[in-house]
Write a protein that binds this ligand. Sequence first.
Ligand SMILES: [Zn+2]
Ligand SMILES: [Zn+2]
Length: 513
Amino acid sequence: MKEHSIALSTPADADEVFDLLLNPSRFSCADIESVEPSEEGDRYALRFRGGLARWTQRTEADRAARVLRFEQVSGDFVDFGGSWEVTPDGAGSRVVHRVSFRTSVPHLAGAVDPMIARVLLRAAAGVVDGLAGPAVIVEGTLHDEIAVPSQQDPPVEKAHDRTASPGPTLAAAYAAPSPGAPLEPATITRRPLRPTDVAIAIHYCGICHSDVHQVHGDWGGGTFPMVPGHEITGIVTAIGADVTRHAVGDRVGVGVIIGSCRDCAECEEGLEQYCSHSVEVYAAVDPHDGEPTRGGYSTHIVADEHFVLRIPDALPLDQAAPLLCAGITTYSPLKHWAAGPGKKVAVLGLGGLGHLAVKIANAMGAEVTVLSRSSRKEADGLNLGADHFHATDDPATFERLAGTFDLIVCTVACRLDVDTYLSLLANGGTMVYLGITEEPLDVSVFSLLRSRTSLAGSRIGGMDETQEMLDFCAEHGIRAEIEVIDAAQVNEAFDRVRHGDVRYRFVIDAKTI
Ligand SMILES: [Zn+2]
Ligand SMILES: [Zn+2]
């Protein structure tokens, strides 16, 4: 293991410094969350990488030599140990701190280890400065942009659990290096926290059909390497100075958009998704720094608090993830076109979007019919809450159901005979597109004016509405049906999404990234 070290000089007497170092419960600096003695050893929680590293260490003291040796007995590192050594130096003393460690992500060691070492050494310097400072670095350096904390600095605002992020942080991710290329492990940076930013340790990210299209370059405009993922759930690890909506430890989610102008008529109305300056969580550019945005197939993300949702306790983080895109994409049009008691709603296609449309429309009180290509998923459809199920490969379906529905939500991403489906609408009914088909639609105006029907589209939902949807799902016990996968299976999962072979959403376990 590589050893990292730093030497500091302090004006305090060597024996005095050694005694102070024997009492870690007094260790305090911006990087240290807590140190607590226990039977097993001293329990450390250190802030870094937008999260906390925890370990318990045993320390052995050699008073004659003024040397302390410590070693992890359990914790987040595979191996961790080091020493403090104090020697008299003129009227004061010289303190050398040495540390070496190994993490469980060897393929990231080159990128991540220097950052971990920097935080460990900075914490050590902060401890000495706090106990016996001012401390001056006489050997070794910390990162350029980081000054040794001095006693003159204002105290860290621990009461609100705010943690300052000194610079960009690293995150592990899965990225597509070029359009159509398989996804592979990558290391990316997340921006330093702006005042209204929230740092999130990602626990789960759903795989949306859009991810497959974006990575394939079907819609153009994305920047590669591309980190997809817009169905993100996790836990808040740090917040910026002005954040009021979220606190460290909160269960949160991030969906398709992470920015908008916040000033136009749409933004004022809570329709941020229709703001002409809305910013997507990936395959877009952050207007503040010009950097490409990177999505949720990653261990960490930073986002403005306005675009971070609360996940109610009743929703498990894995089954909540798909709600952030598939859930709101179906909830918003169902609400807008007033699905509810007395309304007949058809859900066209029973996939990631469709299965949630069935559950939500059913919970809203509508009479729900699934229209699926074959009767293969009939039992599933009825179990999910549909009242009726019809196969569209049976021509009799269209005769039987003519003029029936108040609303058809179209969740399939393929070319359809739109006129045939419009014939299923009741007078004044609406057919709304949620899935994207790249080819233009063929539609006859006669089909529209015959029964004053509408053909519409709908895109995700605004932030208030997305929160309302999450609360609604928690209240009605609605969760996505998911298959949790390891990140290494993502390319296989993409193939299966392409072939419609998933019931009903893949969710990546971010621990495996
Ligand atoms: Zn999506
Ligand atoms: Zn706007």
